[in-house]
Structure formats: C-alpha cells, structure tokens
Design a protein around this ligand. Sequence first.
Ligand SMILES: Cc1ncc(COP(=O)(O)O)c(C=O)c1O
Length: 422
Amino acid sequence: MAPTRSASAVSSSQEISLAEAHERYRLKRPKSATADDEARKVMPGGNTRSVLHFDPFPFRVATAEGPHLVDVDGNQYVDLLGNYTAGLLGHSPTAVRQAVSAALETGFSLGATHPVEIEAARLLTERFPSLEQVRFTNSGTEANLMALALAKHHTGRERILAFRNGYHGGVLAFAPDSSPMNVPHDFLVIPFNDLDATRDAFLANPGEIAAVIVEPVQGGGGCIPAAPGFLAGLRQLCDQSETLLIFDEVMTSRLAPGGAQELMSVLPDLTTLGKYLAGGLTFGAFGGRADLLAAFDPQAGGALSQAGTFNNNILSMTAVVATLTEVLTAEVIRTVNERGDRLRESLNEIFEANHCRFQATGIGSMVAIHAEEPALELFFHAMLDDGWYLARRGFIALSLEISDELIDGFLAAVQAWASQRH
Ligand SMILES: Cc1ncc(COP(=O)(O)O)c(C=O)c1O
C-alpha cells in the first residue's frame, strides 16, 4: 500500500510553498515593496480599503488600460477582478471619459441642481422594474443605510432581518458574522436561502420587522445565488407582515438589463444600487415605490431629509447617463454574463477533471472560486505570477474588456496549474 502523507505534512509542505510564492512575488516587485514601506508610515498597514490588502503586500498600479493593469515594477496583469464589479466598463471607458471631460469643462462643483441628475434618475427608473423613483448617494453602503432608515420610518418598526454572509457595506456586514463596525440597528441575522428560518423569524417577531434586506446573489459571501423560490418566498412573507423587502442590487444589477429583479422575476419595495453604474466613478442610489420615497419630498413636508454634499455631483451623474445610454445595451449585458457562465462551467470542469478541491460558484459575470486555505492563496499567487489578477478570496467580476480569448487564456493557465499539482 502506498504510504499516505499525514495532514500536518501536507499542510507544512503547503506552508513552505506559500513562503516560496511570497518570496517569488517580492523579488519581482521591489518598487511596490518600497511603496508599501512608505504607505505604512501614513496609513495603517499601508491600506485604506481593507479588501485590497494581501500578503506579503499588494502591488501598486502605475497604469491601467484595456483589460490590463501594469504595476510600478512593470508587471502586467489581466484584470479579472473588475474592481469588485464596479469596473464593469473597464478602466477608462471612452464614452464615460468623453462625457465626464465635457462636464469638467462646464464646471463641476455646483451646490445646485442641474438637468443631468434628472436624466440619470429617468434612465435608472426606466431600466429597473421596481424603481418608480430614485435618490442618489455616494456609495452602495450609504444607499443601504438610507433604504433601511426609510423602511424603519415607514413601518414605525425597529427590527431588520438580514442574512448570514450578506454584505451591504462596511457598516452592514454579516460575512460571516456581524462586523463590530456595523451600525447599531436591531438586526436579526438568519441563514441565507432558508425560507423556513425566515418564516420562523416572522412568527417569532410578529409586527416587528421593518425590512428584509437581501442580495439576490450574495456577492461578498461567495457568489451564492438565491435558491429557486427563496426571493418569491421573501416577497410573500413581507407582504403578509407589511414588511418592506429591500433588494441590494449593488452588485447584481449587472446580471440582466433590469437587474436580478428582472432575471429572477421578483420585485422588491426598495432597491439599492452602486458600483459600475457611474462607469467606475463613485456612485450609489436607492429607490422604489413612489409612495415610500415621498417621505423625502420637501414639497410635501419632507418627513425625512437626506443630506450629502456629493449626492448629485455632476461627474457621477454625467457618467451614469453615458454608461446607460452609450455602453450598457441589453446585448452587451447578455454577452458579458454569458462569458461568465462559460468561465464558471469550464473552471469547474478543470477542477473536477484534475481532482482539485476547488469550486466555482455564481451567476453570469459574478464568479467566486472556493477552496480551503492555504490552497486558495497558493492559487491566487500562482495566477498572479502568470499575470492574472483576481481577488485574494477568489472573486472574479468580468469587465467588458475581458474577451473570449482572454477567458480561454485564463482557462489555459488554470489547466496548466491544475495539471502541475498532480
Ligand atoms: C452587495 C453590496 N452592497 C453594498 C456594497 C457597498 O458598496 P460601497 O462599497 O460602494 O459602499 C457592496 C460593496 O462591495 C456590495 O457588494
């Protein structure tokens, strides 16, 4: 009988491989290493967006063009991460750049209303089926905060139902558990895709739940789609209890022209948006039923007021209009999501054929690769070494710049990595 290697031998050999991978990474990136030393002096851990850190230190980008990132040491990567879905249009999409350049010429720090915000709002309300009216914010986090505040105001209730592994922003994070950074709402956190647990929560809290907030596909939680019937079940439970259903479509609105709500045929009361919709510039929005949004109507007394110096900033508003009128046709959305489906299916075929304990999940252009640690980190570094950039946690969000040929190239790299392991 062939000798079996003990678990500790396997893990210590993986740890050696990881140390070697870090060393290889370091040697190719002396300028990024120096920049990291400088960054650490002025930002904790050299970081100001936690998710961008990875060991031993992240490379620093010098230029970004087409599908590529080039770091300060001259290493080039194909950008499969697509700024965690915000980069759907690529790094500097021509239509957005031209529209924003024109806006820069006509003045951009206004402190006044302007026509472009009306056009942006009109385009969004026409696009997403549940949006009768919309308001703008600066981020997806803020959009969710506003939607929750509106739900509490409307219902006069305090409790919010959220799902384990859900992510709605840095202060609304349940992945895997509630973050100590979370805002102090009265959250009840239950398992995702568990309609029985949701029903039980409603039964145990009669007339107390203001809102259910859910991602139609959990993004940060590992690209896990809502199970068939789950969203429809939530819709029904909310209707029975006069609870508002909030779809966080900050990521998932890219999955179909009308977002996941169109794809999955369930309409929420409120929807939150963000990420790619301003072509890569800062953006957030929340909207839904006009009778709910009326709480913000200053002409009707305005029970609620939503401040925000940059809510209607003309650069983001202009970028939304360019994105929706010039780039994101139904055909473009369909193509990028079909590419994602092909990528995920092919990855799983490679993993299975090579007996890798890896799995790809998601829908369309949102893909997550799952594996135990340190196998996932080793994979991440192997791909970086070969010029493919994805999130350290295995997340991929395809941009329009990622062609079929690049998908094939990545699959070939994964295939080569998988066959070397065995
Ligand atoms: C589903 C979801 N909601 C909300 C947010 C927060 O958006 P932002 O980072 O723009 O605040 C994110 C960010 O990753 C997200 O994935």
